[in-house]
Design a protein. Structure first.
Length: 209
């Protein structure tokens, strides 16, 4: 079946499929992962990636295909940084949306937090909001989860400055009708684990693996 799929993907179809996967991705995608998803040889996918990167540069697009973080991803070109910053930070775009404020609050109280963890709390996909908060220097990538490998996010000194705080310890307590961070964390962990009866040993162990 793999060979049949490969013969159906000509150069144009392969380029289009690679672009679609990269546009959907929230983190850099290695060529091997793209090849596996498309049932195509890695060498052919790597050649397609190089060709697309060249094409975007030669045609003067406002974005580029960049190899970083062990994979490939789209990024705006450095020469357009001033335009993007002005759009995000000035005028009505300078105000954070309700969704952005809620996401920022989740990160502030539960940091370091991954996208999946933030999404679990808010009940919606937060990819776009996270990108906005990163662009405004309110949060920053702070390593990866040792178990899942997911990118972790924390707030920045600029966040403290904007909030008028000297440290995270100055954050106000969560409202009485909301669970505190530790309770919320326990609920998330419980929801993520399959339902099963604990063994005698587990019944005395409150630490999560």
């Amino acid at each position: 079946m793999t060979e049949q799929v490969e013969t159906q993907l000509d150069e144009a179809a392969l380029s289009g499929a690679v672009e679609a996967l990269l546009l959907m991705a929230t983190e850099p995608m290695p060529a091997t992962e793209l090849a596996q998803a498309l049932h195509a040889p890695v060498a052919r996918v790597e050649a397609t990636l190089a060709s697309l990167a060249r094409f975007y540069t030669e045609t003067g697009r406002g974005f580029e295909l960049r190899h970083a973080g062990g994979g490939w991803r789209y990024a705006t070109r450095p020469e357009h940084a001033a335009v993007i910053s002005a759009y995000i930070l000035e005028g009505q775009h300078g105000r954070l949306s309700q969704a952005a404020l809620e996401t920022l609050a989740v990160i502030a109280y539960l940091q370091p937090a991954s996208r999946s963890r933030i999404s679990a709390v808010r009940g919606v996909n937060v990819d776009g909001v996270v990108r906005t908060l990163l662009a405004r220097d309110l949060i920053v990538e702070a390593g990866r989860d040792p178990v899942s490998g997911a990118v972790l996010f924390t707030t920045t000194p600029y966040f403290l400055e904007r909030m008028g705080l000297t440290s995270l310890g100055d954050l106000p307590p969560l409202a009485p009708h909301l669970p505190d961070a530790m309770t919320l964390e326990a609920e998330l962990l419980a929801a993520a684990q399959p339902m099963s009866l604990p063994t005698p040993e587990e019944s005395h162990d409150t630490d999560t693996p």
